[in-house]
Write a protein that binds this ligand. Structure first.
Ligand code: P6P
Length: 354
């Protein structure tokens, strides 16, 4: 390797975040430091995920989370790491986690800060024991309520258009952190030999045409006519001149999203007659990934509306989630409008109920 070239190629996430900060004259460094803290949390979580099978950290706890899901030991560990890394830094005024019903208050002996951190500490954790990829998802808002005190629910329940930054970590064959502060999407791969996230995927743009469609076919009998019609279109069942999309579904949101971001495609988690709002949570799963998708030239919808325009009503609110190449998601919206008029009306009523 040309020794002159080497230094330019090894850009750490710290360096990159600092460069990003310099693009925003009003940046004070607080967001930069908050992103550092998230990257450090990811390193600690990555260490445990790679040795989970050895460190007796596999398997379930006796705990049940707010969604009635059995908490995995690694869920609890990841949740605590993120909270403890950010509860004393004076950068965060309130946190919210998938693992907790209520907001996570900054301890009274620490000074609250300016940002709101919302996170899913370890999404897809049911895949831990089978060694499938899992992930952390995070979203960062500014505090919008007056004063320098603790953040409130109003600070957490903001639309995606207000996001300051968002990203995810995928713990797979390698550990990658992907983030955006509104100036494109950038991916970093953890070099465990030096313990640094190094820039590996600068300026990610979702490739077109998309290659994959991702949906759980196990629920096919619950699909609406519109979803059924769209999936058949993805398979080019009645389009002899169209290249079918390949079906890929890991059942781990971050892993499925990450593959489609890098290769192009569409991910679908629809609602059903029994559960019109689906299963994925708006504030800490759907909104941050929709932000990343948009920053990479893609688009995310709940079937009716741009996800980023949705005003969250509650912390654990679920919405149907369709995300990927803009043309593929807009095709889905048109198909649903044509075939699922009543189902969409029912969903809109539930979604928009105060
Ligand atoms: P299903 C994991 O439990 C998760 O929340 C997401 O990571 C994933 O996309 C989804 O559920 C998979 O759900 O119903 O297809 O098993």
């Amino acid at each position: 390797m040309d020794p002159e070239a080497a230094p330019q190629r090894l850009q750490t996430i710290e360096r990159h975040i600092l460069d990003q900060q310099e693009r925003f004259p009003e940046a004070t460094g607080r967001l930069t430091s908050l992103l550092y803290d998230i990257a450090l949390s990811a390193k600690l979580i990555a260490r445990e995920t790679t040795r989970a099978g050895l460190a007796n950290i596999l398997g379930a706890t006796t705990g049940i989370n707010v969604h009635g899901e059995i908490q995995q030991k690694l869920d609890v560990y990841a949740d605590e790491v993120i909270f403890r890394m950010n509860d004393h830094t004076r950068r965060v005024c309130v946190m919210a986690s998938e693992e907790h019903d209520e907001l996570r208050r900054i301890p009274d002996h620490h000074q609250p800060g300016y940002y709101v951190l919302i996170y899913d500490p370890l999404d897809g954790s049911s895949n831990i024991d089978v060694n499938a990829s899992i992930g952390t998802i995070f979203a960062i808002h500014r505090k919008i309520t007056p004063g320098n005190g603790h953040g409130t629910e109003a600070d957490v329940l903001q639309p995606g258009t207000a996001l300051v930054a968002a990203g995810y970590v995928v713990y797979g064959s390698s550990t990658m952190l992907v983030y955006s502060t509104g100036a494109g999407v950038h991916g970093f791969t953890l070099d465990t030999s030096v313990g640094e996230f190094l820039l590996s995927h600068p300026d990610i743009r979702i490739p077109s045409p998309g290659k994959y469609y991702s949906i759980n076919h196990g629920y096919e009998r619950e699909w609406t006519p519109g979803i059924r019609t769209y999936v058949r279109w993805c398979q080019a069942q009645n389009e002899p001149d169209m290249q079918p999309l390949a079906q890929r579904y890991i059942g781990s949101l971050v892993a499925d999203f990450h593959r489609n971001l890098l290769r192009g495609g569409v991910f679908l988690y629809p609602g059903s007659a029994a559960n019109p709002t689906g299963k994925l949570r708006l504030t800490y799963e759907v909104q941050p990934l929709a932000y990343i998708a948009a920053q990479a030239g893609g688009y995310a919808s709940d079937g009716l509306t741009d996800i980023l325009d949705l005003q969250p009503k509650s912390l654990h609110q679920c919405v149907p989630f369709f995300v990927g190449n803009r043309d593929l998601v807009e095709q889905l919206e048109q198909t649903l409008a044509e075939h699922d008029r009543d189902a969409l009306a029912r969903y809109r009523t539930v979604r928009d109920a105060v």
